[in-house]
Design a protein around this ligand. Structure first.
Ligand code: CTP
Ligand code: CA
Length: 227
């Protein structure tokens, strides 16, 4: 479908999108991060708003400007994102969890900068698990809410990658999962991308190779219409 046909087809829909990559503080000047730029989530937010939806974007360290016509809630760490999502989720019809959330955070955040003089020649940090935001949103879901997860997988075999995504969707319990292939030179920081959208039966219901705007529209075509 093209822009013309879509028009303002998502008018009246309230959509929550997370984007970017969380940063887990180590000390006042350092963090553990990831390579997500936030482009895909921001494109979903922008297209949803352009198509008439009321959009909230929970943005973690995004490297691109947020769209003008969405409400932006800035967060940095996974725990901050978890708190923002828990508060905002009940007021939304659709949740698109595009953010790359750190699975672990340093167990202790150092009060002051870690100094080489104190650590010696090696440094060991202990990490603890972050909350699984998507899983918790599924558990707390309100009636008729549609929840969409993302999975960036490095597995190069197409069938094995799909199988990983099917199992991940089952574990999370979300309605849909967007699978995209990533690697050192694929997926992140890029304008174009390749995705498959899997439904609750594990079926591929959309497949797109294109820019992140086309991907955003294709995802919204499936997950956002009123049922
Ligand atoms: N996610 C989340 N909270 C976390 C980790 C992940 O909400 N602590 C969300 C991501 O935003 C994404 C989905 O869960 O929508 C899948 O993330 P992914 O990292 O692929 O899944 P994990 O369950 O963390 O599994 P893996 O061991 O493959 O990282
Ligand atoms: Ca993970």
């Amino acid at each position: 479908r093209d822009d013309q046909a879509r028009g303002r087809d998502l008018e009246g829909r309230r959509i929550l999108v997370t984007a970017g990559g969380t940063r887990e503080p180590i000390d006042p000047v350092r963090f553990l991060g990831n390579r997500s730029s936030g482009r895909q989530g921001v494109a979903v937010a922008a297209r949803a708003a352009a198509r008439g939806a009321e959009v909230t974007l929970v943005a973690a360290n995004i490297e691109v400007p947020p769209p003008d016509d969405v409400r932006v809630v800035r967060v940095s760490s996974a725990e901050q994102m978890a708190a923002a999502c828990a508060e905002l989720a009940p007021r939304h019809d659709v949740i698109v969890m595009a953010a790359a959330v750190a699975d672990f955070r340093p167990e202790h955040v150092q009060e002051g900068k870690i100094k080489k003089e104190q650590t010696g020649d090696d440094l060991t940090l202990t990490f603890v698990k972050n909350p699984d935001i998507l899983r918790n949103l599924v558990i707390a879901r309100v009636p008729d809410q549609v929840i969409v997860g993302f999975a960036a997988e490095t597995e190069t075999d197409d069938e094995a990658r799909l199988e990983l995504a099917r199992r991940k969707r089952e574990r999370k319990g979300c309605d849909y999962l967007v699978l995209n292939r990533v690697g050192w030179n694929e997926g992140f920081q890029r304008e174009d991308t390749e995705i498959q959208l899997i439904d609750e039966h594990g079926e591929v219901v959309a497949e797109v190779v294109g820019d992140k705007v086309s991907v955003a529209d294709a995802i919204l075509d499936v997950v956002a219409p009123e049922r």
